[in-house]
Design a protein around this ligand. Sequence first.
Ligand SMILES: [Zn+2]
Length: 230
Amino acid sequence: MQQLRCYGDDRNKGFCVHCGGPSETVDHVPSKVFLDEPYPENLMAASACRKCNNGLSLDEEYLACLLECVIAGDTEPEKLHRAKITRILRDNSSLSARLQRARTDGAEGPVWAPENDRVNRVVLKLARCHAAFELNEPQLQEPSHLGFKPLPLMTEDERETFERDQDAFDVWPEVGSRAMQKVLVAGTDAFVEGWLAVQEGNYRFRISQANGLTVKIVLREYLGCEIVWE
Ligand SMILES: [Zn+2]
């Protein structure tokens, strides 16, 4: 993936995009636990303070492992598809046990009880990084809406609304932002599908500014997330 230099102003560079604290670290989006090697070149990144960047890494690891267990229908490391997650769960027996406890066997196969507060924090972190990096619009305040739902549980209407945008020509990026440069470099074709796949099967996202700022993310082609700042 080509990383475009940001010609926007420095609003989102001097501070942590999550809490407004000091800019001490580079926060990759998505974090590498959601991606497999070889990583895409020039991963996007935003500024973060050490506390925010490190503080969320266990939650991110948890979510990446949970998704893998849900998709495989199992917590046994050798049954999982992503080698990285197999390694993490082999080395981390307490996380492995925690995921096993989250599983119940229902009539139609296993069901999983996610720790929603942890999923919430990760989804918000990813959305804040995208908002800051793509649009030069850091969103320190709480979003007006944050939701996530497995794609297979969405009704056909929900899925259709989720996948497309309210308005076909909905991206009006700020001049100088990376999204604007993508429009200039690639023409509007870059946004016909609307989704940008960071790594096929693992992570895609889209941003719309039709009504406020909406970030949509799909993790592992399983979990659809939507975050809105009105
Ligand atoms: Zn911070």
